[in-house]
Structures are given as C-alpha cells and as structure tokens.
Design a binder for this molecule. Sequence first.
Ligand code: DP6
Length: 333
Amino acid sequence: MKATARAHTNIALIKYWGKRDEKLFLPMNNSLSITLDAFYTTTSVEFCTCLKKDIFLLNGNIMGEAETNKMTRFLDLIRKMSGSTLYGVVDSINTVPTAAGFASSASGFAALAAASTKALKMEINDDILSQIARQGSGSACRSIHGGYVEWEKGEQLDGSDSFGKQILTENEWDLSILSVLVEPNEKKVLSREGMKRTVDTSPFYTGWLETVDDDLTVAKQAIYDRDFETLGNVLERNALKMHATTLGANPPFMYWTSATVAVMQKVQELRDNGISAYYTIDAGPNVKVLCQPEDENSVREKLMTLSVVQEIYHCHPGPGITYLPNTNRKTCC
Ligand code: DP6
C-alpha cells in the first residue's frame, strides 16, 4: 500500500485568477502553463492499518497540525473516492525553493495525488488525476502533464470537465525560464486570498474576464507556431492585467516591490537592445523571465548586474508525473 511519485511545478503564461467554486477549486477562466524541469516534489505515501491518523513529513521534518490538517483534508477526498478508511504517512521531499516564494503547492499536490491514488491501487486516467490534484490547489491540475498545458475551466457544476490537458510536450519546444529571486520572504497576501478579494471587490476584474480568453487563444496559437515574440508579448500583457486587478480590490494590494519593477524595467531595456525576453509574475514579488535558449546566458548576465537580484534559477520545460520505485526508508510499522 505504498507508492512514490514525482511532480514538477509549473509557471502560468496565462493566469488562473479567480474561482467560480471555492470548494471544488473551479476557475473563472482557462489558463496555460509550462511545467518546469528544475523544481519538483517527490512524495511517497504509505497507507497502513497501524496508523491512527495521517502523518506528514516534509524534507524529513514532521509537520505541525495546520500543515497536516491540510494534507488530511486532501487524503479524505481520496479515501472517499476509493472507499478506503486507512490513514497514511506522507513523506515529501521538495526541491522547489519554498523560501524563494516559487509555487510549491502545484508540484506538492500533484505528487500527493499521484502517489496516494497509486498506493490505493485506484484505476484512474490522467484527466481524473488532474481533477483530484486541482482540489488541493488549482494550479496543481496542470502539473500532471509535462511541457505546455492548458487547464480548461469546464462548465459542469461538479468539476468533471475542469482539468489540465497537454498541448505540446516538453521536447517539442525548448524555452528558457529564468526565475529571478528578489525577495525570499513569505508573501503577505496568499494567492488564494488575493484572487478571492479581487473577484469579490475589484471593478477591474470584469476587464480581466473580458480579455483573458483572447489572450489564451493568441498564446496557444503562438505555442503551436513556435512564435516566441507573439507568445512573449501576450504573456507579459496577461500578467500585467492580472496584477492590475489587485489595485482595484478593497482593500487594495500589490505583489510587486521596487525590486520587482527594477527587473521588469531591465527586461524592457533588454528588448530595446534587441534581446528577446519577456517577464511574468505570480502572486509574489519574484519575476520569471522567458527567453530563447540561445539568449539565456546574456539575459542572465544582464539581470545579474541589478543589485536587487539575489539569485537566478534556470528552468526549461519539464516532464509530467513520474512514478518512482519506493525507497527502503521505513515510515510506519
Ligand atoms: C497567480 O493554484 O496557488 O499563480 O487554487 O487557491 O491553491 P489555489 O491557488 P493557486 O493560484 C495560482 C495563482 C497564480 C496564477 C497561476 O498559477 O495560474
């Protein structure tokens, strides 16, 4: 009753921003992402009759009540689907630098969904696995697949048509994604809270909804055409629109710091000097810069000249879920 799975995190090119159903994690709009090779979570789950409750180990440390309860709520869903009543030990190793504010919930819930359903020998396809991962954290549903992934929002009330679909594999188009760390501290407004506040109170949210589908259509076609300039322009525009909605919220909030803006301006300057690079930003101050692999070194070099830049992590499109052999590490009886 044990299984081990690895899932890579993803970065949204067209953002998921706003839920139409908070309990089922159903989004207001379709989104589009790249799964990243360098950041991933490896999770082993063992269900056992010897356990009286779930246990959660992260990077070898036993997690406290709040973190464990979150994980238990997710395992409850899987227990309900499979008919099992067993508790489990979740042993997770995260290579996503959590302190750096890069999304680890996507890879975390995708790996947990894959390992726990396999440990219980549930026979499910990737569409169902993605729907399950979605209910841990929305963006996790895209991490089931590698490469370029669209999360279709779906129309059904039960979420049965809301899951990630691969549109291009990681081997079909290589891009460089540079994760630029400017601020290692935890973000003040979590993405879950931020998107809710925006949907509930920001007058700019309707503008977001009116144009996001067009952005997605352009981005998707650019991916099929391997047209980097078109993709870059639309992904940057889409990120700016998402962040603009937060300024209209009540109370208003902003994920950027002056360092974020400095990186954005540097990327614009690179473009003015003929280097094709574009940025996107999620619910935090750090910036992801996309460029073509042949420009990676010069983009990195130019960004490193900024004193606000603490670290740059390099990524390329990476794989979806992989199942690994179980280690001999003993986690229960
Ligand atoms: C800005 O997936 O972290 O990164 O579903 O509430 O867990 P929950 O939110 P989450 O939100 C991600 C928001 C985003 C955009 C994106 O990844 O598409």
